[in-house]
Design a protein around this ligand. Sequence first.
Ligand code: PLP
Length: 448
Amino acid sequence: MHIGKDNPIIVTKAQHTAEEFIQKKIELLVGEEEPFFAVDLEDVCNKHIRWLTLMPRVIPHYAIKCNDDINVIKLLAYLGAGFDCASKGEIKKVMDLGVSADRIIFANPCKQSSYIRYAQEVGVETMTFDNEQELMKIKKMYPNAKLVLRIVTDDSNAVCRFSMKFGADMNTARILMEKARDNGLDIVGVSFHCGSGQMTSKAFVDAIQNARTIMNYGIKLGFNMNLLDIGGGFPGNTGTENYFSEIATAVNRALEEHFPNDGTIRIIAEPGRYYVASAYSLATNVIASREMIDAETGDINHMYYINDGVYGSFNCVLYDHYVPEPYLLDNNESNEKFTSSIWGPTCDGLDCIHSSIKMPKLNIGDWILWKNMGAYTISAAVEFNGIPFGKPLYFMSRQFWNSVKAAFQPTRKTRRHNKPSIRFTATDCSNEIEEDMLPWLLEDSSED
Ligand code: PLP
């Protein structure tokens, strides 16, 4: 395999799993030890196709806070997704790729004033709010903005809850709508977020019903309510596919009941982890180890130090309540397991990924694979202690990419919508590659 420019995508001859890709990479990395991600772009495409298949009425707006990897943003832009941006920086990042302002929702109910001004300058009209002060701020900065009122949800079954921070209750929502009307502001829709990592469909169903009630009130006040935003929260790890289809079925049913398809309402969502969680597998190297004897029990704790930790890609352990599972590439199931702990590479005692776990014995230089590492990992990672976190290596098979291109070829309509058009080319590294476009590398290596 061959790694070329800064963000190369390795287009492989055959289809590979992330595990096979990592195995191959490690074989070729003799003497190297830096952590890396195997990013399966087919997985991202498949998620998109599954979304469009299971929830055809809901236009996904990828929440880039979840993973702001430029290649994922480009790919989803190419596939026709919209984007949920939380700040000036995120809006700029997406628009610098050529995505038009009307494909972006500024979905942060409490925004810095200068960010609102920036949204106006670049033409991002649609933005959320959930309180009176924000309403007045928007009136001052961007009175023509298209406002989306975020309502509170029951997110008690979600991994990460937001309703203690965002969302107006039903009564407040009505008062806010009256305020907006009295101040000549334009409310166009209702949004909600059922909490990140939501595993029950009921939260979505109830929230859709509440959104309908608030929309009806808005219509009564004279607003042209034409947007429903059902937020994020959809599960994305491998193994959660059934939860996703259950949620999709329930959402479709609730939409049919409360928002029948009469062409008057645009329905969008803000999925983050759904798109990227399973696409990223992280390979880390065991860089040090020691054995500590418990003074009381006499048990040995095998301590392993790896070269990515909670300040880097594993910040999801602290911020996203994630319990990552180590996976040994040469695991022999019959191997005896010992009480072990796994630590990150910095000098901080907090930098611990597993404080107690049963594992076979490892050696310095061994690789550990961690699956489902795409959500809320690299977007919040820092190089604390000067130690870099895993760098992504992207892969996709040529056959798959060709079929995706055939299916998603920009039509005249999307090309117009998407100025300048996002163009990806799978070429033999030819001069077709534009400066800010992906260098798709064709990999023809015989090892494949
Ligand atoms: N939308 C908003 C406003 C959010 O705050 C978040 C996550 O923080 C998301 C969407 C994405 O959520 P998820 O990754 O659970 O889909």
